[in-house]
Write a protein that binds this ligand. Sequence first.
Ligand SMILES: Nc1ncnc2c1ncn2[C@@H]1O[C@H](COP(=O)(O)OP(=O)(O)OP(=O)(O)O)[C@@H](O)[C@H]1O
Length: 233
Amino acid sequence: MSNSVKIEKIKIDLKNGNNLVDINFNIDTSTAIIGESGSGKSLTLKALLDLLPKELDKVVNISSNFNLKKDQVGIIPQNPFTSLSPMTKIKDQFFCKKEKKKEILNKVGLNSWVLNRFPTQLSGGQLQRVIIAITLSKDLKLLLLDEPTTALDEINKNNITKLIKNLVNELNILILYVTHDIESIIDVCENIIIIKKGKIIEEGKTKDILNNPKNDYTKILIESNFKNRKFRE
Ligand SMILES: Nc1ncnc2c1ncn2[C@@H]1O[C@H](COP(=O)(O)OP(=O)(O)OP(=O)(O)O)[C@@H](O)[C@H]1O
C-alpha cells in the first residue's frame, strides 16, 4: 500500500470562539490547497508542523499509514530571504555530506560556488534554489510548500515553478502545496482543495476541478488566476 497521511481534523479557533480553520483531507500523492489571502493556508501548514501560536485554540488530529517522523517533514517557505541563518555559510546549513551537497545543488541548477557564500550574497531565486536543495538533502516523506514563488520576481517565479514541477515528478514523496496561484500547481498536484474562510469549498482531481468547477467561488478563483496571467503577458 502506498504512503498516505490522513488529516482527520484541523480545527483552529480564536479564544472568543470565532472559527479560523475547520478542515479534513487526505494526502495520498500530491495535494494543492488553493485559497485567497486569509483563507487559512498558513494556519493549516503551521498545524501540520506543530507551530501554531499559543493564543489559538486547536484540535489537530493527524494519522498516517506509515511511520512519519518529525524530521521527515520538509517545508519550502514563502520567503527565501528570511529562511536561512544569515551569519552561516550555505555549506554549513545542509544536513548531508559534501558530495551529496554538490549533487543536490546540480539538481536545482546551481554549482558548488554557492557553498562558500553567505545567504545575503545570493539573489532571491538563487536562495530559493538553495533552500529547496537543503530541504531535499533530508530523508523526506512529506514535503510542504508554502507559496514558494510569491516573494520572487516574474522570471524567477517561472523558473522555480518549472524546477518544482520537475523535482516533484521525480521524487516519490507526499506533497502538500498551498498557494493562491492555481497555475503553479498544474502538472505538480494530482488533487486540489479549494478553501475559503478556513473551510473546504470544493475538492477533487486537479484536472476535473479546473475543467469543470462546480462551485461559483471556484469558478471565480480560476477565472481571476488566468485573467491575471493574460494581463501580465
Ligand atoms: N495568531 C493569530 N491570531 C489571530 N488571528 C490569526 C492568527 N493567525 C492567523 N489569524 C487569522 O486567521 C486567518 C487565516 O490566516 P492564514 O495566515 O492562515 O491565511 P493565509 O491563507 O495563509 O493567507 P496569506 O495567503 O495572506 O498568507 C486570517 O483571518 C488571519 O487574520
